[in-house]
Design a protein around this ligand. Sequence first.
Ligand code: SF4
Length: 467
Amino acid sequence: MTSTTNGAGKANGRAGSPVAVTLGKKPSAGSFAGGGGGGVAPGAGKTACIRTFGCQMNVHDSDRMRRMIRDAGYAEVERYEDADVVVLNTCYVRENAVDRVRGHLGELSRLKKEGRVKKVALTGCVGAAKESSELRNTYGIDLVLGTHNTYELAEFVGLPGMEETYTPDLPGTEGDHQAFVTIMTGCNYQCSYCIVPTVRGRMSCRPMESVVDEVRRLVGSGTRYVTLLGQTVDAWREKEGARRFCDLLARVADEAPRVWFTTSHPSNMEDRTLKLIGEKETIVGRLHLPVQSGSDRMLRAMHRGYKSDRYRRKIEVFREAVPDGTLSTDIIVGHPGETEADHEETLRLVEDCAFDSAYVFKFSPRKGTEGARLASEVAVPDDIAQKRFLEVLRAVEGSAFRRNRAKIGGVEEIYVRHGRTGDGRAIGETWSGHAVHVPTGARPGEYVTARIEGAGPHVLYAGEPVS
Ligand code: SF4
C-alpha cells in the first residue's frame, strides 16, 4: 500500500461526509517556545488547557486562542488539574448550555481553591450572554470574553495587547493538515429559535484579499484542507463591490488543494455556487444546507425567508451539478405551533431531497428568543416532539443508508482526516463528501485509493488501499 499526499482531485473520485466536529483539537506537541525575541516567554514553565464546546466557529476561535497561548510559551495539557490557566470556550445554542458550563466552572473553582488551577477564562457565546456577570461572581472567573474580543486573551497570557481590527485576522494555528478560515461573523437573520444574532451580532464580512492571503499562508505552511466558515457563509459579500460568496469560493479553490464551506443559508445560496461545486476540482462535493422544516407555515413562523419549494429547487440544481455529491441539512421538530400536517410536510421534503445525513433537533427554547415566548403559548408536548424526532431521523437514515449502499463496489480517492484508531482503521473523506473507514496507516492529510466494500447509514467501509 502506498499513500499519496496531494490527491488527484475529484475527477478521480468524489465524495464527502458529515464532517465530525473536532472539539478541542490538540496540537501535535505539548510545549511551544514563543513570544519572539530572545527573552523568557511569559508562560514558560506554565501550562494551559483549552476546552471547546459547540460549533466549528468555536473550534476555530479556540485555534486562534491556542496560538496566543503557544506564543506566550505555555505547554498545553488536557486535564484541568494539570493546568495553570484554563480557557472554557463555550456555546450557548442548547438550553442546558449554561448549566453545562456551570458544572465545569464548579470543578474549576474547587481546583483553584486547592491551588492547582491558577486562572480561569470564560470565552465564547456564554461569555457574551447576560448570565456571564453572575457566573463571574459566583465562580470567581478571572477573565470573561465575548465572541468579538477574544484578542484580549493575549494580554491575559502575558503577551503585548493587540488592537482589535477584525477578529478573524488574528493568527490561527498553521501547519496542521486542515484549517478553518473564518470569512464572516454574525448574522442578519432573526430565526425565531436562534440566539446567534444576539450573541454574535450583525453580519461582518472579511475582505477577499485578507481571506486569500490567509489561505495562501496556510497552504504554504502545509495545510491541505481549508474549510471556509461563517454563520451564514454564503451571505458573504464585498463591502464595496459586486463580488459575492461564489467569487470568493472560486478564488480560494484556485489556491487550496481541498476546500469546503459551512454553514449556508438557502436564501443566500446562488445557483452558480452550486454549479461551481461540481466544476472545481478542489471543492469537496458536499453541501450542508439547513432547511429546518418542510412546512411553509413553519418556515414562516421561524422567519427563515424561503418556502420549501424554493429549497427543493436548490437541491435539484445541486444534484444536477454534483450527481455523486452528498447533501446534509438541519431539521428542527416540535417548533411551537407545529401540527401533524406540518410534520407530514417535513417528512415529504425529507423523502424528496433524499438527504445523505441530517442533524435533527427537538425544539429547545432559548431564553430571549421569539421561540421561547411562543413555547409558553403553543408548545408541542414532549412525547409528540419525541415521536416526530424519531420519524424524521428514521426517514433520513433510510435515504442515507440507501445512498451509501449504492457506493459499494466503487473505487474512491480518500483524504485521511484522522489517523488509524484502535481498530486499525483511519477515518477519511471521499471527494463526494462521504465519511469512510479505511484500514491504512496513512497520516492525516494524505490520500489513499480504496474500493468501498460496505456501508452503514452514517459511514462507508473501504477495503485495503490499492494505492
Ligand atoms: S440564519 Fe437563523 S439559525 Fe442561522 S445563525 Fe442566523 S438567526 Fe441563527
